[in-house]
Design a protein around this ligand. Structure first.
Ligand code: SF4
Length: 460
């Protein structure tokens, strides 16, 4: 796989808003017509009924707020609030577990947030025990069991416990090591703290360590971010994600604490992105796609090379498509040809569970056209290429006829050398890799509806 080429003129030309395609259709297409009844039907009718399961748990609490954050979280220093939430989450696990065939192994499990490590060691132990009681979890490293860690909330003992509970992959939020940046975004996290967690994870036998950085934060410059990148490289994580900070204070209240005058200019931001791409390449990381880089021997890079890379709500994954059961507030499940999202507020979530209902809030049924487009988009975003005959044999269509309009629109992108297009395939060029969302957007039929097109972040 070639690394992406940073082409400033193309990036300026194509830097519009667009979906991240962790699902297709995206959550904007979910409606409250989708009910608990539809969710239960989806389980019975899933074309993946014989497949393995992927489980997601949303743990929304954080002790302090990071000003850049756009996640759905609950900020509190009162650890006791987690008690009520976990009590309901345990009940949801029991309800959901009863709906699935107990022989289906859980090949993927993830705790996201919020800050999953906000909860106590005892609460983590109980949550995993409840999950094991109702789902078929591996007792060895047969599954990909991961969680997001805030290094400020863990010690060696907690890391060791997580390994003992069955987790084998961790993802650490870092964002930037520069103290001025950390101060401006209210996330003070020392290098020692972060390194301590990575070393503890390696000693305890975690199989993969991934770190998250953000570019575009206050006070960042190419010079300052180059220092952070060098420090990250010295820690040698298996995967690095570098996210673009989108300053949208009118949408996300906490971002109003960020002084817009301290943000890098759009031109400097692009230079930081260029620096990231060149630096990570020089360290030996390969580009997976979107915001993700990995060591060439990492399983994501291997999966991309052998064509088995997948994309779901947790980003890229190595596991074959399977039904995804997501629990906790706001969590989105993907069962068969449906998406289903849980209630977003704790009170609504508690109320449904207290009434013995599943906490389904909204969702969508993926029709045949969605399914075809989803396959096209996922192939492009994971493999950077698409062979028409693969889609033709899977769905019984004539690709060039079905996507006549899309192929016409794609030819403009081909002229700009974002991709090579012939009568058999689409191959994304090194120049087009950073703009993969733009290429996928051509196949997204919902973007033709104006009110949906400006609800996403910029592609770069
Ligand atoms: S970035 Fe993470 S730790 Fe910070 S407020 Fe958001 S969810 Fe919480």
């Amino acid at each position: 796989m070639d690394n992406p080429v940073f082409d400033l003129n193309l990036i300026k030309k194509y830097n519009v808003s667009g979906p991240r395609y962790t699902s297709y259709p995206t959550a904007l297409q979910f409606t409250d017509d989708f009910s608990e009844h539809d969710y239960r039907d989806a389980i019975d009718n899933s074309y993946r009924k014989e497949s393995t399961l992927s489980l997601y748990f949303h743990l929304p609490f954080c002790a302090t707020v990071c000003y850049y954050c756009a996640c759905n979280k609950i900020i509190t220093k009162d650890r006791s609030v987690a008690l009520l939430y976990l009590d309901h989450l345990h009940r949801e696990i029991e309800q959901q577990g009863a709906l699935y065939d107990q022989s289906r192994p859980v090949t993927q499990l993830h705790w996201g947030g919020g800050t999953p490590t906000f909860i106590s060691n005892e609460q983590m132990t109980e949550l995993m025990a409840q999950t094991r009681a109702h789902f078929n979890l591996y007792s060895d490293d047969g599954g990909e069991y991961s969680l997001e860690i805030d290094p400020r909330t863990v010690d060696r003992e907690k890391i060791a416990l997580l390994r003992e509970l069955g987790f084998n992959r961790i993802s650490l939020g870092i964002q930037d090591f520069d103290p001025r940046v950390q101060q401006a975004v209210n996330r003070i996290q020392s290098e020692e703290q972060t390194l301590g967690v990575i070393e503890a994870a390696r000693e305890d036998g975690f199989l993969s360590v991934s770190v998250d950085l953000i570019y575009g934060l206050p006070h960042q410059s190419t010079a300052s971010f180059a220092v952070t990148l060098d420090k990250i490289n010295a820690m040698s994580p298996d995967r690095i994600s570098i996210y673009n900070y989108a300053h949208l204070p009118e949408r996300f209240k906490t971002q109003r604490q960020i002084n817009a005058e301290e943000l890098p200019s759009p031109a400097e931001k692009l230079r930081i992105l260029e620096l990231c791409i060149n630096q990570l390449k020089s360290y030996g990381y390969v580009y997976i796609g979107m915001d993700h880089f990995a060591k060439p021997e990492d399983e994501l890079a291997v999966a991309q090379r052998n064509g088995s890379l997948q994309r779901n709500f947790q980003g890229y994954s190595t596991h074959a498509e399977c039904d995804m059961v997501a629990m906790g507030i706001t969590a989105i499940s993907n069962i068969g040809a449906t998406y289903s999202q849980n209630e977003k507020s704790p009170d609504d979530y508690y109320s449904k569970i207290d009434q013995g209902q599943l906490p389904v809030f909204q969702g969508a049924v993926i029709d045949r056209d969605d399914q075809i487009r989803k396959s096209v988009i996922m192939s492009l975003i994971c493999q950077f290429e698409l062979t028409f005959s693969d889609i033709e044999s899977k769905y019984g269509i004539d690709f060039q006829q079905y996507f006549q309009d899309e192929l016409q629109r794609l030819s403009a992108l081909a002229e700009d050398e974002l991709l090579n297009l012939d009568s058999k395939q689409i191959v994304v060029s090194s120049r087009g890799r950073l703009l993969i969302r733009n290429i996928c957007m051509v196949f997204d039929r919902y973007l033709q509806v104006p009110q949906f097109s400006d609800r996403f972040s910029k592609v770069i």
